[in-house]
Ligand binder design. Structure first.
Ligand code: ATP
Ligand code: MG
Length: 389
C-alpha cells in the first residue's frame, strides 16, 4: 500500500506577498533533508505539500521523524493513497487503518472534496466509508463529538488520500527566510538550545567555537560537532568555524588582572565571532546567555560583553530558568551530549573571584594591556572549517 506524507503549512500562510518565497524555501529544505533517506517527489498544491516516496524500501517512520523537525510546518499526517473510486477507497481504508483500530474504540469519518467532479458529496463519502469500517471492525463504534480517531478522506487532484489524525509539526518559519546568523557554540547545555530557537525563527546558522589546545582536547571539539549534528536535524546544514583561542587566553592570564579574566575573554569572543560572521554573510550573533546564570551573565557583565561588537546579539534564553532550558535540550536530544564532562575553554582558566559588576572603562583599560587587534586578527584568520549536515 502506498503511503505518503501530507503537510499543512504553519505561520507561513500569514505572510502575504512573501508567501511564495516561504513556500519555496520550505520545499527546498524538505527536499534536501529527505535526500539523505532516499528519492522523493515533493510537491505543493492547494496549500498542502505532499511527500511521495519514489523508492520501494523507504522507512516511513524515518521520513515522519525527519519531517517533524522541519520548521514552517504546523502539522502533518501520514496517509495512504488510492484511486478516486469509492469501493477502492473503502477497501484501502479498511486495510490502512486495521492497526490503528486495534487500540482505539471510537471514530468518525470526515471527508474533504477538493475535486468537485467526484460523483459523491462529502456526507455520502462519510456514510459509505464509516459504514464499511463499522462492519469490518466490530470492536469500534462511531462518536462524532469526541472520537478517539478521526479518519479523513480527501479527494484531491491526483487521487484519494486516507489518514487518521494529524501529527504536530515543529512550528516556526522555514530556515533561511530570515537570513543568516552566527552562533557562539560551546559544549554546554545552553548554546545548542539557543541555536535551535533562532533557527526556528527562520535563521540559517553558522557556528563559531573557541578551542584552546592543549588545555581543551580534540574530544571536546568532537562533542561540539556532535551537538551541532543534532541541531542540524532542525536547522539544516551548518558551517562550523573552530577558532584557535590559546594564545589569547595565555596572554590575558599573563597580563591582565585575574578578576577581569572572564569578561575580557568574552569580549574577545564577541569581537572574533563578529569578524567571522561578517566574512560569512551573517547579520547577527547568537549566544546561550541567561541573565544571572553565572558571573559573566549579570546585567553589567552582559553590557561589557555586548559593547565588544556592533552586530545585534540575540540571546533567546535571556529570561529562561535552567530547568526550562534543560527541558528544550531534552526535547531536541542535545542534553545527553551536553552533560558529557569535557573541558571548555571558559572553564580552563576561571578566576577565583570574577567581577560581577564590571565597569566598562576599567575593563577596556585592562584589556588594552594587550595588542587586541592583532591577537583577534590572528585568531580569526586561523579558523578551521567543518561542514555539519
Ligand atoms: P553553555 O551551556 O552554552 O556553555 P554556559 O552557561 O556554560 O553556556 P558560559 O560558559 O558563560 O555559559 O557561556 C555563555 C555563552 O558564551 C555560551 O552560551 C556560548 O554562546 C558562548 N560560549 C561559551 N564558551 C564558548 C566557546 N568555547 N566557544 C564558543 N562560544 C562559547
Ligand atoms: Mg559553557
Amino acid at each position: 500500500m502506498k503511503e505518503i506524507i501530507l503537510i499543512k503549512l504553519g505561520e507561513i500562510v500569514l505572510k502575504g506577498l512573501n508567501r511564495r518565497n516561504f513556500e519555496d524555501t520550505l520545499v527546498r529544505s524538505l527536499k534536501r533533508r529527505l535526500a539523505k533517506i532516499g528519492n522523493f517527489q515533493v510537491k505543493i498544491s492547494q496549500s498542502t505539500i505532499s511527500v511521495t516516496p519514489m523508492d520501494e524500501d523507504i522507512d516511513m517512520d524515518e521520513v515522519s521523524d525527519c519531517v517533524s523537525k522541519v520548521f514552517g510546518i504546523a502539522a502533518f499526517a501520514r496517509a495512504c493513497v488510492t484511486e478516486k473510486d469509492l469501493d477502492k477507497i473503502k477497501e484501502a481504508a479498511g486495510e490502512y487503518l486495521a492497526e490503528t483500530f486495534e487500540d482505539e474504540k471510537t471514530f468518525k469519518v470526515e471527508a474533504k472534496r477538493s475535486d468537485k467532479k467526484f460523483p459523491y458529496k462529502s456526507p455520502e463519502i462519510c456514510e459509505e466509508v464509516g459504514g464499511y469500517l463499522l462492519e469490518k471492525f466490530p470492536n469500534i463504534s462511531v462518536d462524532v463529538h469526541n472520537p478517539d480517531v478521526t479518519v479523513t478522506v480527501e479527494i484531491r487532484d491526483f487521487g484519494a488520500y486516507i489518514r487518521a489524525g494529524l501529527i504536530r509539526g515543529a512550528g516556526g518559519i522555514p530556515v533561511g527566510t530570515g537570513g543568516k546568523a552566527c552562533v557562539l557554540i560551546s559544549g554546554g547545555i545552553d548554546s545548542p538550545v539557543a541555536s535551535y530557537m533562532m533557527a526556528k525563527r527562520g535563521l540559517e546558522l553558522t557556528a563559531v567555537h573557541f578551542a584552546s589546545p592543549p588545555y581543551t582536547s580534540e574530544r571536546a571539539e568532537e562533542k561540539v560537532v556532535e551537538l551541532l549534528r543534532r541541531v542540524a536535524k532542525y536547522s539544516g546544514r551548518i558551517k562550523m568555524f573552530t577558532v584557535p583561542f590559546t594564545e589569547i587566553q595565555e596572554q590575558i592570564r599573563e597580563k591582565c588582572k585575574e578578576d577581569y579574566f572572564t569578561i575580557i575573554m568574552r569580549r574577545f569572543m564577541m569581537d572574533i565571532a563578529e569578524k567571522v560572521a561578517l566574512k560569512n554573510d551573517c547579520h547577527a550573533l547568537i549566544t546561550g546567555e541567561s541573565l544571572g546564570q553565572v558571573a559573566s551573565q549579570t546585567l553589567m557583565a552582559i553590557g561589557c560583553t555586548d559593547s565588544a561588537c556592533n552586530m545585534p546579539v540575540f540571546r533567546p534564553l535571556i529570561g529562561m530558568d535552567k530547568e526550562e532550558i534543560i527541558s528544550i535540550s531534552r526535547k531536541i536530544d542535545t542534553f545527553d551530549i551536553s552533560i558529557q564532562p569535557y573541558e571548555d575553554c571558559c572553564t580552563v582558566f576561571t578566576p577565583k573571584h570574577p567581577k560581577t559588576k564590571p565597569v566598562l572603562e576599567e575593563v577596556i583599560k585592562e584589556q588594552n594591556k594587550l595588542d587586541c587587534e592583532s591577537l583577534a586578527e590572528r585568531a580569526a584568520e586561523g579558523v578551521k572549517l567543518t561542514i555539519i549536515e
